[in-house]
Ligand binder design. Structure first.
Ligand code: NAD
Length: 484
């Protein structure tokens, strides 16, 4: 690989970049350990407080900027991001590890979501409602909530910050964002683009760091809302801290997503979708399918086809064109994934394919795409989020059992079913406990204008993406005007 320069990321506070060159955070390419991709400050609570104050100072003026104008700035940011799509996709692969085609798709998704959110500048309406007393005019109107925090994970380090920042800003809020310490460089590029699009100083701030920064954002009384995406345990802790001061929260967390395959399914399409949904992005997606729930009658055939498809996956560095699955993000993720498969084996499940680190690939946190068979719903591997390329295979007798098994977990993010029977498909849509549902399609997230989020321990608060997110980023006033 050619040598590339290390990116020195700084914080962006009150319209100024600072602390560039600080290297408390050092991010190494997960496929080339000699490549130091980025350094960034491991910021203190005091740095976070300054960013919060900058957002609070900028808020009154930004709130008064007319919404279509705010939308125009976000649209310009979308256009700038699209014009730099290839460069940012390459950086995303270098920093996070996903293959370049997935990185391009992620950046394009961010662009599409930003374009949609930009139009909210002309859709931030309320309702006109009937009166219940003579000569009173009634309507609702929306206002921004104030400075908000956007706390994001490493697995979609371009799309997730963009789908928080775009609606937050169009709705009139100022923002402090805190990316994952594993992806400081992509986060910095996103903020640079919003800056270049013309945001006034202080409206958008960036603070790199870990839990010290996150905790200040969650507990500081100037922050009126917290939009968090990450693991369920951290989301739960944020929820309880925010509840102490009644701050608004929007939490997007883990998943344990099922794909049901019934006996009448088109198996070509069901298996192709399963391979994409389970092993795409190296399984490091909240929306990844991690449970195949298959009617016994077709189970053997599905397993055989899955094994064939899995054998065709090529592991390696994400910047190589022949590679179809990149490394895991870091050593601790690799350790976690290995631990899940080891414990599953101890529970007498059977590794059908994979279940180990590949040999001979050199640097990189690689783990073979893995299918675990003989899994029962009570096994840990059937209940907990693995967040890696591991698919549990569960056989069932019929759709009723499939639904019972699918719903028997704490999570409820995405789900899909493969069947040609329309009434079974509708029964699935009705009974499945999940927020994003697909029929005869890979069970991933949704289109760029569809609400994103789930049930149970997967999500809390207003959905992200789509118009529902307006309910998080604005407060509603009910107005009654008496004619005099
Ligand atoms: P994580 O929970 O470890 O970290 C997420 C963010 O929270 C990071 O920026 C981290 O620094 C910050 N953080 C950690 N502790 C904090 C604290 N005490 N207070 C405030 N902030 C804190 O998650 P991760 O490992 O970065 O991401 C993987 C997880 O994200 C998986 O569980 C995945 O399912 C989930 N995820 C969910 C969605 C969704 O939309 N539902 C999307 C992508 C990822």
């Amino acid at each position: 690989m050619k040598t590339e320069a290390t990116i020195q990321c700084g914080n962006f506070i009150g319209g100024k970049w600072e602390q560039q060159g600080a290297d408390g955070i050092r991010r190494v390419n997960p496929a080339h350990f000699s490549d130091l991709v980025a350094t960034a400050p491991d910021s203190s609570a005091e740095d976070a407080r300054r960013a919060i104050q900058a957002a609070a100072d900028a808020f009154p003026r930004w709130r008064r900027t007319i919404p279509p104008q705010r939308g125009k700035i976000v649209l310009r940011a979308a256009q700038l991001l699209e014009s730099r799509l290839e460069e940012i996709a390459q950086l995303l692969t270098r920093e996070e590890g996903k293959i370049v085609s997935e990185a391009r798709a992620e950046v394009q998704r961010a662009v599409d979501i930003m374009e949609y959110a930009a139009g909210m500048g002309r859709r931030l309406g309320g309702q006109t409602l009937p009166t219940e007393a003579p000569n009173v005019f009634c309507f609702t109107t929306r206002q921004p909530i104030g400075p908000v925090a956007a706390i994001s994970p490493w697995n979609f380090p371009v799309a997730i910050p963009c789908w928080k920042l775009a609606p937050a800003l169009v709705c009139g809020n100022s923002v402090v964002c805190k990316p994952s310490p594993l992806t400081p460089a992509t986060a910095a590029r996103v903020v640079e683009i919003f800056e270049e699009a013309g945001l006034p100083p202080g409206v958008l701030n960036l603070v790199h760091g870990g839990p010290a920064v996150g905790s200040e954002l969650v507990n500081n009384p100037l922050i009126r809302g917290i939009s968090f995406t990450g693991s369920t345990p951290v989301g739960r802790a944020i929820h309880s801290a925010a509840a102490q001061r009644m701050a608004k929260v929007q939490l997007e967390m883990g998943g344990k997503n099922p794909q049901i395959i019934l006996r009448d399914a088109d198996l070509d399409s069901a298996v192709a979708s399963l391979l994409t949904a389970a092993f795409g992005s190296t399984g490091q997606r909240c929306s990844a399918t991690s449970r195949a729930i298959v009617e016994r009658k077709v189970a053997q055939e599905v397993v055989e086809r899955l094994v064939e498809g899995t054998k065709a996956i090529r592991l390696g560095p994400g910047d190589r064109p022949e590679v179809t699955m990149g490394p895991l993000v870091d050593e601790s993720r690799l350790r976690d994934v290995k631990g899940f498969v080891e414990r599953a084996s101890a529970e007498r499940t059977k590794v059908v394919i994979g279940g180990c680190e590949p040999k001979g690939l050199g640097d990189g946190y690689y783990y073979e795409p893995t299918i675990v068979g003989d899994v029962r719903p009570e096994h840990e591997i059937a209940r907990e989020e693995v967040f890696g390329p591991v698919l549990s295979f569960i056989e069932v007798n019929d759709i009723e059992e499939a639904l019972t098994v699918a719903n028997a977990v704490d999570y409820g993010l995405c789900a899909s079913i493969f069947t040609k029977d329309i009434s079974r498909a509708f029964a699935f849509v009705d009974k499945i406990e999940a927020g994003m549902i697909h029929v005869n399609r890979p069970g991933l997230g949704g289109f760029s204008h569809m609400p994103f989020g789930g049930f149970k321990h997967s999500s809390y608060g207003a959905r992200e993406v789509g118009d529902d997110t307006i309910n998080f980023y604005t407060d509603l006033k009910s107005v009654h005007i008496q004619e005099t």
